[in-house]
Design a protein around this ligand. Structure first.
Ligand code: ADP
Ligand code: MG
Length: 693
């Protein structure tokens, strides 16, 4: 292993490199922009570009790219080399300020949800100086935002930066009221990433894994995860070699890969980085997913990021650990030592409580896709119902404030905000509940509903914006108050009273909770098709336009993209399914049937009993006929789906008609797998995929 501190960040144009390579004034101007989020003085772009180019070429780079995050959920790049002809047949290596600041990728093939008519297909990318440039594959990657010529956001980064600005603005108003010093407030995120690793040769033999990222067939193997022997188990040498290589690649890019362990399902693992600001954490998580896939390939493995690659064992999620901090080093979701600090903490805490309650629908939308529909509510992940875990101690404190009573038995005094000091909550006492979708873990919230493939930008845009909105309402109320302390107490008390229904410390997997949540009036949006329309509800359009995160047009376009994505995903899955049935499964079982029937006939000639062969052939014949009919019905339904021209109607049709038909076909195919000789079955089984790395 190389010297880690030397390797760490060696491919990043970070503060240290900038300080060393930029003239003092340029460095100071750039730093100001990075800190304040304000736009950069154009004149210095050329100087920065030149320093970046020299540094990149020394590191072996030949190309540069504007690296951006379109609505596909993955990152995009178009490489240009640094060469520039000198007119005498030679070239020099050039990179101008203009090239750094703005790019014009042909954008007509990225999803825009109707925003960018093809006749004006050019979008543009603009340098985001608040994120570091880095080198990947001999290419200098410049983080950028991606917009249409009309200025509408076509990516996931622009609204994320806008939402960070919104929460900064509103949180500073609150801090001013408390007299807390801060120049800037940012949200921080540490995303824990789950994934599966399987053998690449086996992976390539399954069209469903290659095309859909998940298995569409597969009988349950004799062993699953019931022995609970994989979670935190010893890491196998091949996986360990992968992890070592992965860490090194991530460290080079300045990604703070920290914790790795085996997860619950066989062949499942997790990687957690140390948290950083939300913008950087988003870039880093996108890079982490990409590098995981690439490193797996190098090791003869395939990395599966799908939310539910295998039925019957746990799927993969992503835990979005989220908090709010100041540039003066205060974590605003951590109780402090003085009554004033605690009052401030309680105000931020109740802002989050109110936000989660009022915008349950948006949080649900932010984690909705076809893959995650297999997890949420399936006793392995939080339910589709959004609620919050605060732990007994904090819940008890809130109840004391709400009801004007003492906090503990010993303590006779009523709990008054701004007067009392809160006890410290050790992480252990707040984090016992692993079933909650949104858990307070001592100094941050852990949003656990994200699927493993998600870009974390969506959920964080929502989190930042909904909390910004509540903070702005609180600031409005408190700025005009005559007596700050009593207004603060009253505000916190009222907020607890009105929104405590969202707090639930019990088992979120239990059927009783579904019933109880219904009584409390909490939403239960079970599928993506159920959840998505909430995105364009009037109250949500009002929210996003007020804080200038999205225009109404941008919201409608995103809604359209998300719905289309759901339909397209299910269409690809269903088509892959019928293809595998017709071309692989049915021919394979016919071949096995023929062998059984021929054997039975010969046995009969010899007057030998052929009960086993005859009965097996009969069962296979029955399930195969059934599967054939189901496939015909699925194909007919797919044609019907295509005829629907309203995207919402189409999404509903996929949910109500296509998915049940797929489930039926799968169950017949799995029955066939259990009855067919191993050497006849046309692709690797669950046992091979899950236990042989
Ligand atoms: P778990 O118990 O859920 O497995 P871990 O300790 O593995 O938790 O992960 C916790 C994650 O939370 C880490 O990525 C860590 O960096 C992150 N985290 C810690 N403090 C903060 C914070 N203030 N803001 C955002 N994320 C944080
Ligand atoms: Mg976690």
């Amino acid at each position: 292993m190389k010297n880690i501190p030397n390797v760490f960040g060696s491919m990043v144009f970070n503060d240290a490199v900038m300080k060393e390579r930029l003239p003092k004034e340029t460095w100071a101007a750039l730093k100001r922009t990075m800190k304040s989020g304000r736009s950069l003085d154009k004149s210095i772009a050329g100087v920065v570009a030149n320093a970046m180019k020299d540094w990149a070429i020394e590191k072996g780079a030949t190309h540069f790219t504007h690296w951006f995050q379109p609505m596909t959920g993955v990152t995009a790049e178009k490489h240009d080399s640094f060469i520039s002809p000198t007119g005498d047949g030679a070239v020099i290596m050039e990179f101008s300020g203009k090239e750094l600041v703005k790019g014009e990728p042909d954008a007509s093939s990225f999803p825009s949800g109707g925003l960018r008519a093809t006749f004006e297909a050019r979008g543009y990318t603009a340098w985001d100086p608040t994120a570091y440039a880095f080198i990947k594959d001999n290419t200098l990657c410049i983080p950028t935002v991606f917009c249409s010529y009309g200025g509408e956001a076509l990516d996931k980064k622009t609204p994320l930066l806008r939402s960070m600005e919104a929460i900064n603005r509103q949180a500073l108003r609150i801090l001013k009221l408390f007299g807390t010093e801060a120049g800037r407030v940012t949200t921080t995120v540490g995303p824990e990433q789950e994934y599966f690793l399987i053998d690449r040769e086996l992976y390539k033999q399954r069209e469903d894994l290659v095309l859909c990222g998940r298995t569409l067939f597969g009988a349950k193997p004799p062993k699953g995860q019931e022995m609970e022997d994989h979670y935190f188990g010893a890491i196998k040498p091949r996986v360990s070699a992968f992890m070592q290589d992965l860490n090194e690649e991530l460290w080079k890019l300045g990604i703070l890969a920290k914790t790795e362990h085996n997860e619950v399902a066989p062949a499942q693992h997790e990687l957690a980085p140390i948290f950083t600001n939300t913008n950087t954490a988003t870039d880093h998580n996108q890079l982490t997913m990409e590098i995981m896939k690439r490193t797996a390939q190098k090791h003869g493995l395939a990395c599966l990021l799908h939310e539910k690659p295998f039925a019957g064992v746990n799927g993969s999620g992503k835990h979005n650990n989220w908090s709010i901090s100041t540039d003066t080093g205060i974590n605003l979701l951590e109780p402090g030592d003085s009554p004033r600090e605690n009052a401030q903490f309680l105000l931020f805490l109740t802002a989050v409580i109110k936000a989660v309650d009022e915008y349950q629908d948006l949080l649900r939308v932010s984690v909705a896709n076809a893959g995650n529909d297999h997890r949420l509510g399936a006793n392995e992940a939080p339910p589709a119902i959004v609620s919050m875990f605060l732990g007994d101690e904090l819940t008890e404190i809130l109840a004391a404030i709400e009801n004007d009573r003492p906090y503990s038995q010993k303590d006779k005094e009523e709990m008054k905000v701004g007067v009392h000091t809160l006890p410290r909550f050790p992480k252990d006492s707040t984090d016992r509940n692993r079933t909650s979708p949104f858990a307070f873990t001592g100094n941050k919230f852990e949003f656990r509903m994200l699927g493993s493939t998600f870009s974390i930008s969506g959920p964080n845009i929502i989190l930042n914006t909904i909390v910004a909105e509540e903070l702005s309402q609180f600031a409005d109320a408190l700025e005009s108050a005559e007596d700050f302390n009593s207004a603060l107490h009253a505000l916190i008390q009222k907020t607890i009273r009105e929104h405590k229904r969202i707090i639930f410390n019990g088992n979120n997997y239990s059927p009783e909770w579904v019933e109880e949540a219904g009584k409390r009036g909490l939403l239960n949006l079970r599928t993506t098709a159920d959840a998505l329309p909430a995105f364009i509800a009037d109250k949500n359009i009002a929210l996003f336009t007020k804080h200038k995160i999205f225009t109404a047009t941008e919201m409608h376009s995103r809604y359209e993209i998300l719905l289309e994505n759901y339909c397209k995903t299910l269409n690809i899955e269903a088509q892959t399914m019928t293809d595998m049935i017709r071309k692989k499964i049915l021919p394979a079982v016919s071949a096995y049937e023929r062998e059984l029937c021929e054997t039975a006939l010969r046995k009969k000639d010899l007057a030998l009993p052929a009960g086993q062969e005859t009965k097996t052939a009969a069962a296979i014949s029955k399930f195969a006929d059934c599967l054939y009919e189901q496939t015909e019905r699925l194909e007919e339904a797919l044609l019907k789906a295509k005829e629907l021209d309203d995207t919402k109607a189409q999404a509903d049709y996929y949910r109500d008609s296509i998915l049940p038909l797929m489930a039926e076909a799968r169950s017949s195919a799995d029955m066939l797998e259990l009855r067919t000789g191993e050497k006849y079955w046309p692709f690797p089984t669950y046992e091979k995929l899950l236990f042989y790395v």
